[in-house]
Design a protein around this ligand. Structure first.
Ligand code: ADP
Ligand code: MG
Length: 728
């Protein structure tokens, strides 16, 4: 009997919900472990508080003296929350978070010690971080990278550690993390959007991008999950026959949440509250044992930090509840994978959501300006947006009839399509007063009303307008949101800059009135961005053909999708915006390609191991049982055994066929790996892994899954899909 599997099943059956402590009023504990303004008011002098507030809001530099005050206050606050250590918390290009803890404890002489934390420890650190991916920016012999405090994201205490959000840059100033380019992108979109806002409201001083992510995940009993070497090492199952029941009955989605899971969610949400992550929504997702968690949206940099922190907290809390969280985009074949919708909009310091229609025609023209510019940006840079969400895991999801396709398009709904159609017919040049009044009253002025019944949501669209925000649905569940957010905010910033230049040109050059100029430029944008608008079924084959005709990219795998990142256009775009220089763009491409290769390589090794060392020996063992049975029948019944053992004989042969196929496919896969590992060009190596090695996975899996159906359940060593997915 395969002991581990049955031990795991038994352990999972004996679980009860873990009891937890939870406050009734979440607001009572919200932000309790965050060094936010409320805490700062307690621990800082008024002057220090004012200076740091200004630094956060206006991006001013913080001088040493202020930093010293903040460090002391922060330390005292952190100790009051039970912290003994501090860490610069950052997001290296591995996609997860990194931390190296130092104690506050310091000796002052041989006899005495104090808790110490000064400005230099707050502001800058030099972790020996030579093992993080850098895409060649840092040679290991001068492996210096600095972390530097990001005061726009508040410090927090997690466990017994004060975590200080930081950027991570090389000695020569290049970004080695996700946060640095994101902050730069948020800064350019702020400036670009403020300039455009000034057409409508001179008083706008700041525009922030907001992000509300929706995190999907699977929750599997820990004993069951860890009994599978593929889940442990790759985060997903590499084989396993579909259970008789999957998600076909649609009985999981929005269903009642299982009690063990509910305890987990409440515990997790309590942790989130303490850390200031404003989680609000929880529900079952489509696949069995799949769930979703979503917060109230926040400023994008903070939201990205919160999502990165959340993924870490989710894993830690899961352990307490004997669960394993699977954040992988496609842990199980045959049921839905997981994504992380990125809801995005822009809001002014006056509290106006620029993607929400307002009450007056003027504010609606402002809405249309940002709405149409966003569409135009996606149309121009669709391939970059696609590249921003490429990963080995997400390749399983995009275009797999459950997630949006790899073709980027924008869905806006019937009513707004009609509005754009009408705006497209606006007179070229100066508009007559009648036309303008008409437009304002009947087109622009009507938007709030029509949006109310703009309910047709198209789930197959990767980038959909949902009333007051765009929802980028193609992001993978495991992704760091910084990558797509950096690209989206950069391309919108660039587009707004271009828009401003064009409108100003018409005003100055052609003597047009502001409104006329805006209508004229928007009209042209509507005409030229049509190719990206699509309201139909994104899963259909017809759309792929149509998209091709329209000239849209369809990069179905990561190596293809990443290529755009080192195109001259992309490099000069990011360079001109000051978001990334050439070296940084090229380094990111290298890191992401390398990561892709390594992920497929690990999967390939694990699959080879499981197939040869778990599946084949089990098949042989069962075959021997059958052979013994046939020999026995023969010795009792003589020639009649051929009829009596007919089924067994067929099985014995089939098992041999599958064993033979598995062995030769694993050899073929291993040889292919050896060959492509020799390839020095990273693009060719990645393509080899993608087009030659990865397709062998499916073939090996096919034979293993067939064996799973034939072999005595008692002998099968790998925890089955039905056990993984239906144990609650
Ligand atoms: P769903 O897409 O599942 O129907 P909702 O549309 O209600 O859910 O919202 C999903 C997410 O969108 C939430 O995280 C919410 O905070 C976020 N969201 C709502 N408004 C905005 C906004 N203006 N900017 C960014 N995110 C937003
Ligand atoms: Mg959504």
């Amino acid at each position: 009997m395969s002991t581990l599997r049955f031990y795991a099943v038994k352990a999972s059956l004996n679980r009860a919900p873990v009891s937890i402590k939870e406050p009734i009023r979440r607001s009572d504990i919200f932000n309790q472990n965050v060094f936010n303004k409320v805490a700062m008011r307690q621990y800082l002098t008024k002057n220090a508080l004012d200076l740091i507030t200004e630094a956060i809001e206006k991006g001013n530099k913080i001088d040493r003296h202020t930093a010293e005050h903040v460090a002391t206050g922060m330390k005292e606050w952190a100790i009051s929350k039970g912290a003994t250590h501090y860490t610069h918390w950052f997001q290296p290009l591995t996609g997860s978070t990194a931390e190296k803890h130092d104690a506050f404890f310091e000796t002052i002489d041989e006899e005495s010690a104090i808790e110490k934390f000064d400005s230099s420890q707050l502001v800058q650190q030099e972790p020996d971080a030579s093992s993080f991916p850098s895409g060649g920016i840092r040679n290991t012999f001068e492996a210096r990278g600095y972390t530097a405090w990001d005061p726009t994201s508040p410090a927090f205490v997690y466990g017994s550690t004060l975590c200080i959000p930081t950027v991570f840059v090389s000695y020569t100033g290049e970004a080695l993390d996700y946060k640095t380019p994101l902050l730069r992108a948020l800064n350019v979109v702020d400036n670009a959007a403020v300039s455009v806002c000034k057409y409508f409201d001179k008083n706008v001083k700041k525009v922030s991008a907001s992000l509300g992510w929706e995190q999907e995940y699977f929750l599997i009993d820990n004993a069951l999950a860890t009994s599978r070497p593929d889940i442990v090492l790759t985060g997903r199952t590499l084989l396993g026959h579909s259970p008789a029941k999957g998600q076909q009955l649609d009985d999981h989605y929005f269903g009642s949440i299982p009690s063990r899971v509910m305890a987990y969610m409440r515990d997790l949400e309590t942790e989130c509250m303490l850390l200031g992550i404003p989680v609000k929504t929880r529900h079952n997702e489509v696949a069995p044992n799949q769930f979703e968690l979503a917060p109230i949206f926040e400023e994008a940099n903070l939201a990205v930090d919160h999502n990165s922190l959340l993924m870490d907290v989710m894993e830690k809390v899961a352990k307490r509840h004997n669960f394993k969280v699977l954040l992988h985009e496609k842990p199980f074949a045959g049921v839905n994978g997981s994504g992380k919708h990125n809801n995005w909009s822009l809001r002014t310091d006056k509290g106006i959501n620029l993607l929400s229609p307002g009450k007056t025609p003027m504010s609606n023209l402002q809405f249309l300006t940002f709405f149409i510019n966003t569409i135009k940006a996606v149309q121009k840079y669709e391939e970059l947006l696609r590249g921003s969400i490429a990963s080995a895991g997400n390749d399983h999801r995009l275009g797999a009839n459950e997630a949006p396709p790899a073709v980027m398009s924008v869905f806006i709904g019937k009513q707004l399509t009609k509005v754009l159609d009408e705006l497209e017919t606006v007179t070229k040049g100066k508009l007559s007063p009648k036309e303008k009044t008409d437009l304002k009253l009947n087109v622009v002025g009507k938007i709030p009303e029509i949006l109310l019944d703009n309910t047709d949501r198209n789930r197959t669209s990767p980038f959909a307008f949902t009333g007051n925000k765009f929802e980028f649905r193609a992001v993978g569940s495991k992704a760091n949101c910084a990558n797509p957010m950096t690209v989206l905010n950069s391309i919108v910033a660039k587009q707004l800059q271009d828009f401003k230049t064009e409108v100003d040109g018409l005003i100055a050059g052609n003597g047009m009135k502001k409104d006329d100029a805006i209508f004229n430029v928007l009209r042209e944008y509507i005409k030229t961005s049509k190719s990206i608008l699509f309201e139909g079924n994104g899963y259909s084959e017809d759309w792929k053909k149509e998209a091709k005709k329209r000239g849209l990219s369809n990069n179905v795998n990561t190596p293809e999708a990443l290529r755009i990142k080192i195109s001259d256009n992309a490099i000069s775009l990011f360079e001109s915006l000051g978001v990334m220089n050439r070296i940084e763009s090229e380094a990111r491409y290298e890191v992401e390609m390398e990561e892709y290769i390594m992920r497929i390589q690990i999967e390939s090794r694990v699959l080879g191991d499981i197939a040869r060392n778990h599946v084949v020996p089990t098949a042989v063992r069962y075959q021997n049982v059958l052979i013994e049975n046939v020999t026995g029948l023969k010795s009792i019944y003589g020639d009649a055994f051929k009829t009596l053992a007919k089924e067994q004989l067929v099985l014995i042969e089939k098992i041999s066929t599958h064993i033979e196929a598995i062995n030769s496919l694993v050899t073929e896969m291993t040889n292919a790996r050896k060959m492509f590992n020799q390839e020095t060009r990273i693009d060719k190596r990645a393509m080899g892994y993608c087009e030659v090695i990865k397709p062998i996975f499916d073939k090996i899996r096919y034979h293993c899954d067939k064996l799973e159906l034939m072999i005595d359940d008692e002998l099968w060593p790998l925890t089955k899909y039905r056990e993984l997915l239906f144990t609650k």
